[in-house]
Design a protein around this ligand. Structure first.
Ligand SMILES: Nc1ncnc2c1ncn2[C@@H]1O[C@H](COP(=O)(O)OP(=O)(O)OP(=O)(O)O)[C@@H](O)[C@H]1O
Ligand SMILES: C[C@@](O)(CCO)CC(=O)[O-]
Ligand SMILES: [Mg+2]
Length: 447
């Protein structure tokens, strides 16, 4: 690397929706999840300083209001773990209980008094990944996200995946400038200001990113199944069971509306609560987990079913005309029953029924919430099925939308939901996983 030049590495990782199987998956059953077209991005700037100059680590997490600067000397003195001298990005290690306590108490002292637990966990996770993968290097790290934090869309996994990928990419570049974790021929000094230039991470390194991210998730979550970091790393639609990933190349396009209850919750507490209920009622809870497993496996077979018909072009035409004629009518003339009678394919109807059953079982295990139930009721009036997605307890709810349903109809449903104070959005489902890009600023890249 040229002297004085600044290297900028960025990695972005998607959030996710769980179609079926959350919570039960922690207890070993199957679940189905898809990547969401909303990303968390870690941006790392590294500029080697001249010898004798004091070096710093800067961490910026604007969504949590974290802006901290540490001198590397201070980190070395206070933390003093051997891994600081010998970081090994290729050997994934757990954050031991003693490391967790040591890092956690350092972080609590560094943050302003009374910082929320989520902030302590995010900074602790960062320090663990940074010291283990990179060791003491003077860098400035900033993580931003399109995802709502703590709302069931996998923000914690996307945070861990983008950090792990960016740190690994930088570590590989230090090791050998042509060995970054994307394919070497794709590397170059592209300008990050462009909207593009993102490169997929190659298969071998995806596994490494995913494993480090899982260790990060363990700090934030306590007992993650690994589904969230896996779908954020690999992207697309996946079936996940007991740590095993199966990529689903489904011919069935998934369409859904996401609604944020705007009720805050935390995955760690919800997962722990389900674990405690399972200890109190082992037989009943095992039966519920088994039922959820059956639902998830049926979702998989529907998604993979070759009989999944696409919309044929005549149907689409008819449907657009219908939508246009509705657009000319005032809202109060749109009877719910007309929206309810939108045609479903056989597969869509089955999926809807499974969503309804899954939500009922999630309520049984204690992770629903009045706000979630309210959304389910509002959408049921349009004969649309909804379920919580992610850890529940608040957060986001997904509503399946039949392919034949016009956007005008979707707007009508949104009006009812938003009228009750919820926030709705549609996002691309089943897109790519983690991606990386680099830029070298020869002039030092002052920002
Ligand atoms: N952009 C971010 N910046 C800093 N920390 C983040 C960011 N996104 C997530 N986190 C960390 O993840 C925590 C939220 O994780 P949590 O697992 O509770 O919710 P989630 O991942 O959004 O939902 P789910 O696990 O149900 O999909 C935050 O409190 C914080 O510690
Ligand atoms: C609730 C949970 O099943 C999904 C959270 O998105 C937890 C996990 O699988 O790690
Ligand atoms: Mg999470």
């Amino acid at each position: 690397m040229e002297e004085g030049a600044e290297l900028v590495v960025e990695a972005r990782a998607p959030g996710k929706v769980i179609l079926s199987g959350e919570h039960a998956v922690v207890h070993g059953t199957a679940a189905v999840a898809a990547a969401l077209g909303l990303y968390s991005t870690a941006r790392i700037r590294h500029r080697p300083l001249s010898p004798g100059t004091e070096e710093f680590l800067v961490l910026e997490l604007p969504q949590l209001n974290v802006h901290v600067t540490w001198s590397l000397k201070m980190i070395e003195e206070i933390l003093d773990p051997p891994s600081l001298q010998y970081p090994n990005p290729l050997v994934v290690k757990e954050c031991s209980d003693s490391d967790m306590t040591r890092l956690g108490s350092f972080v609590v002292k560094q943050l302003s008094w009374g910082a929320p637990k989520g902030t302590v966990a995010a900074v602790t996770t960062f320090l663990f990944l940074y010291t283990s993968i990179l060791g003491l290097q003077p860098i400035t790290v900033r993580v931003t996200s399109d995802l709502p934090v703590g709302a069931g869309l996998g923000s914690s996994a996307a945070y861990c995946v983008c950090l792990a990928a960016a740190l690994l990419d930088l570590a590989a570049t230090f090791d050998s400038p042509t060995q970054a974790i994307t394919t070497p021929k794709e590397q170059g000094s592209q300008k990050l200001a462009d909207t593009g230039n993102w490169h997929d991470v190659d298969e071998k390194n995806l596994e490494l990113v995913n494993k480090w991210a899982f260790e990060g998730e363990r700090i934030i979550h306590g007992r993650p199944s690994g589904i969230d970091n896996t779908v954020s790393s690999y992207g697309y639609v996946v079936r996940f069971k007991q740590g095993e990933l199966m990529r689903l190349h489904s011919p069935m396009p998934l369409r859904m509306l996401l609604t944020n209850t705007n009720v805050g919750r935390n995955t760690k507490a919800l997962v722990a609560g389900v674990g405690e209920r399972a200890l109190r009622h082992p037989a009943a809870m095992a039966a519920i987990f088994k039922a959820i497993d059956g639902i998830a496996e049926e979702v998989v077979s529907i998604l993979l079913s070759p009989s999944n018909p696409g919309l044929d072009s005549d149907d689409e035409h008819e449907h657009k005309d219908e939508a246009r004629s509705w657009q000319q009518l005032p809202d109060e003339c749109l009877p719910k029953s007309d929206i309810a009678s939108v045609v479903r394919t056989k597969e869509e109807a089955k999926l809807e029924e499974l969503v309804e059953m899954n939500q009922g079982l999630l309520q049984c295990i204690g992770v629903s919430h009045v706000s979630i139930e309210a959304i389910c009721q509002i959408t049921a009036a349009f004969k649309l099925q909804s379920k919580l997605t992610g850890a529940g307890g608040g957060g986001c709810v997904l509503t399946l939308l039949p392919k034949q349903m016009s956007s005008t109809y979707v707007e009508v449903v949104k009006v009812d939901l938003e009228g009750q104070g919820f926030s709705c959005f549609e996002a691309a489902i089943g897109g790519h996983g983690v991606q990386v890009r680099q830029e070298l600023n020869p002039d030092g890249g002052d920002e």
